[in-house]
Each structure stands twice: as structure tokens, then as C-alpha cells.
Ligand binder design. Structure first.
Ligand code: NCD
Length: 306
């Protein structure tokens, strides 16, 4: 059974196909309005979410399907001590496809081994978030016309930010992409991202502490929130949370066609005054996330049937 646990589960060609389907949905949504009639998506969210869960749900409704699920572990039998494996085996009896978010790294992978329907990883701890990456890739593709030869700045919590890990993994597969990783020392990208992803791909990267000196090099600036829920110590969180706050002033030297991204939720990393800048793309990311999730649901359901 084909699931999506890691963005590498999809080939570069398949990502191109998903983008093409998402573009077709954007151009002609009516054509897709009944494609999932009679099908059910279950959203099993053991961790808070606004965009990811609601965009999966909106995606399934716009395909003519139905949605069941829960939005907190407290509302499920997890509160009684049920294992993830038992929960997904149960839900496989009710749903045709499952989107799952869990605070433990690897939980969706374990679930995919027990489920009899496709599992989509909707975020596992500080590890991966492949469908946010699909939303990011559709955004980059629409804004920049492709992926090759871009310089992408990733700024903020690169240690716990799972969207960053999946995005680096995806973008490192395209030619000529350069990464500039901007973070406090305590929040720099995990070693395995360098040794297992960037180095084998031969992707050039630099690490630095300050955003402004590198701003002018960037084609994409991907801001992230400091992931409070993954900190052991509140004092560290408070010390680090406002390290980077993007303002119009800091964009003075940025390229005219810079694409400013953020997976959201934003706390304080981007001043609201930047929202009106034509280079701000983070609310477009939200919208595109729905379309690419529609394309993904269609693909996985089709393959499950075959
Ligand atoms: C991200 C996540 O859950 O990792 N949010 C999202 O899904 N768009 C980013 C975050 O929470 O900071």
C-alpha cells in the first residue's frame, strides 16, 4: 500500500505530475468536484493544527468525498491508552485514506505498516512534514517557474522545524539549488540533514547567524517559527523566540522578485507590515496547499485501487 511518509517517497517525476494535476485543478475545479464521491478521508490529529487539517478536509470536500476524524488525542481512545497501531487498524475499517499528525517522530511510519489504507504523514514531531513541502513546492513553482538554480534562505528554528527538513530534502534534488541556513547556534539544522541529504546530493550550503547580510543573495526566504512545544526549557524558548523578526526595513537590500515564505502559524517572525509587500507569499502557500493535497489524495486513492 502506497503511503506518503517522507517527501523522498515521491520521485522528482511524481512531484512534477502532482504539480501538473494541482495546476489543472486550479484551472478547472469543476472537473474534479466528484472524483472522490463515496470515499472517506480520516484526519487523525494527535497534535494541534489549523491549516494542515482543515486543508486536508477542504481538499476532500472539494473532491466530492467525506471526512471523519479527530483533532486532538484527548478526544480519541489514545486518552484511554490505545496504541497508534490499534487506532489506525481500527480507522482503516472506516476510511479509504488517512492523514495523520503525531508528536512522536516515526509514528506515521509505524502506522503505515499496520494500516490497510494509505497513510499521509501530516507532520511527525520535529522530523518531517511532506505535504507542507508539496504546498511549498507548488508555491515556488508558480512564483519562480521552476526549481533549478535558486538560492533559498531558511531562517529561524532549523533544528525542530520539520517543514525545513522536508523542504531541504525536496529541493536538494534539483540542480543548482543553494541553501543559506540562518539560525541561532542552538537551533541549527540537524547533522543528519547535512550528512545524509545535502552532502550526498552535492548541494552547496552555508550556515550563518544573521539574516540581513545574506538578504541580497536570496531568491526565496523561508521564515519559520521557533517550535516552542519541542523545547525542554521555557527560558531557552523566551531567549530565542524573537531572534529574527522580518520587517520592511530588513528587506531593503532584498531582490525585487524575492519570494517570502512561511509555513505558518506565524508568531512574531514576520511583521504584519510585510503582509502587504507583493513579495509576501505565505497566504498563497495556504491556498496552494489545498490544491496539492487534492492532487495527492487522488493519486494515492488511484494507486490503492490499482
Ligand atoms: C507547520 C508544522 O506544523 O510543522 N505548520 C503547518 O503545518 N503549516 C509549522 C509550524 O508549526 O511552525
Amino acid at each position: 500500500m502506497r503511503s506518503l511518509i517522507d517527501i523522498k517517497d515521491l520521485s522528482v517525476q511524481e512531484i512534477g505530475e502532482l504539480i501538473a494535476v494541482a495546476e489543472d485543478i486550479i484551472a478547472d475545479p469543476e472537473k474534479y468536484a466528484h472524483k472522490c464521491a463515496g470515499k472517506k478521508l480520516a484526519t487523525l490529529f494527535f497534535e494541534p493544527s489549523t491549516r494542515t487539517r482543515l486543508s486536508f478536509e477542504a481538499a476532500m470536500y472539494e473532491l466530492g468525498g467525506h471526512v471523519i476524524g479527530f483533532s486532538s488525542a484527548q478526544n480519541s481512545s489514545t486518552a484511554k491508552g490505545e496504541s497508534v497501531s490499534d487506532t489506525v487498524r481500527t480507522v482503516s475499517c472506516y476510511a479509504d485514506i488517512i492523514a495523520m499528525r503525531h508528536p512522536k517522530e516515526g509514528a506515521p511510519l509505524v502506522a503505515s505498516r499496520r494500516a490497510s489504507v494509505p497513510i499521509i504523514n501530516a507532520g511527525d514531531g520535529g522530523h518531517n512534514h511532506p505535504t507542507q513541502t508539496l504546498a511549498d513546492l507548488l508555491t515556488i513553482h508558480r512564483e519562480k517557474g521552476g526549481f533549478e538554480n535558486l538560492t533559498i534562505g531558511l531562517c529561524g528554528d532549523l533544528k525542530f522545524g520539520r517543514t525545513v527538513h522536508s523542504l531541504i530534502t525536496a529541493m536538494s534534488r534539483y540542480g543548482g539549488v543553494r541553501f543559506v541556513m540562518i539560525s541561532p547556534e542552538e537551533l541549527c539544522v540537524p547533522e543528519y540533514i547535512k550528512t545524509e541529504i545535502l552532502d550526498p546530493a552535492g548541494s552547496p550550503y552555508t550556515e550563518c547567524r544573521e539574516l540581513e547580510p545574506v538578504m541580497e543573495q536570496l531568491d526565496i526566504l523561508y521564515m519559520t517559527r521557533v517550535q516552542r512545544e519541542r523545547f525542554f526549557n521555557e527560558a531557552d524558548y523566551i531567549r530565542l523566540k524573537d531572534t529574527y523578526v522580518l520587517t520592511e526595513d530588513k528587506l531593503r537590500n532584498a531582490k525585487q522578485d524575492l519570494c517570502i515564505m512561511h509555513p505558518l502559524p506565524r508568531v512574531n517572525e514576520i511583521s504584519v507590515s510585510v503582509d502587504d509587500d507583493p513579495r509576501a507569499c505565505y497566504f498563497k502557500q495556504v491556498l496552494y496547499g489545498k490544491y496539492i493535497r487534492m492532487a495527492l489524495i487522488l493519486k494515492l486513492l488511484q494507486e490503492a485501487k490499482a
